[in-house]
Design a protein. Structure first.
Length: 236
């Protein structure tokens, strides 16, 4: 049953639509006015108010592949984190992408897109024949033994390298995690990582891990520091 919190200071009331306990803690879907929010372990993760930076995550990776001329044919992309669906919908709307894998560890989030309030934001992309939904923890999947490689890895599973949703996610941004990401990319492949704030330390970690062409794109927001997309390439 949905529960509503009272509106304050003229702001929209917050309605809790679903609350689940899973292996990684609590995940909550809330509605605030016409927008939806995902809260993980009490930490605001994302909402449907503005998807510019989530779309840039995908577009920046494709632009870098084009610039470097490093993807022959239709490139394969892996998107880490389904979230509110902006990144997946944007990728599925681009015919140049070939195989599109989406990795999401939370059953609740997948459910909210398949038959829930977030279905409109992923725009039916889950039914695209190019799309495969991988219900798994991102780092565990990437470290798996199958060795499948991608032309682009687009990751949006935290509020950034310096602000993880769960402690276990921090391993993704350290030396061992970056080595896994490097090996999962095709030569010349692109890594794009969304963050709620710039991280110069993460830029240095990318270079130390052997990535080249490390840049950070900023996306202005209404209040506070810009959202960013960290971009790097595995040299061909």
């Amino acid at each position: 049953m949905s529960t509503a919190l009272p509106a304050r200071d003229g702001h929209d009331a917050v309605v809790t639509l679903d609350r689940r306990e899973g292996p990684f803690g609590e995940v909550v879907l809330r509605q605030r006015g016409r927008h939806f929010e995902i809260i993980a372990n009490g930490c605001f993760l994302m909402d449907t108010a503005d998807g510019r930076s989530e779309r840039l995550l995908i577009q920046a990776a494709l632009d870098e592949l084009d610039r470097a001329g490093s993807a022959a044919g239709a490139p394969a992309v892996l998107i880490g984190g389904l979230g509110v669906g902006f990144s997946l919908a944007y990728a599925a709307a681009e015919p140049r992408w070939g195989r599109i894998a989406i990795v999401e560890r939370e059953t609740a989030i997948i459910d909210w897109h398949r038959a829930g309030p977030l279905a409109g934001f992923s725009g039916g992309a889950l039914d695209d024949e190019r799309v495969t939904v991988l219900h798994a923890d991102l780092l565990e999947y990437l470290a798996g033994a199958d060795g499948e490689r991608y032309d682009a890895l687009c990751l949006d599973v935290d509020n950034g390298p310096d602000w993880t949703v769960t402690d276990s996610n921090s391993g993704l941004y350290g030396a061992d995690g970056l080595a896994v990401l490097w090996h999962r990319l095709q030569p010349g492949g692109v890594l794009a990582v969304w963050s709620a704030q710039p991280s110069p330390a993460f830029e240095e970690a990318l270079r130390a891990a052997g990535f080249s062409d490390v840049v950070t794109h900023e996306i202005p927001v209404a209040r506070g520091v810009p959202d960013v997309v960290h971009l790097a390439r595995r040299a061909g």
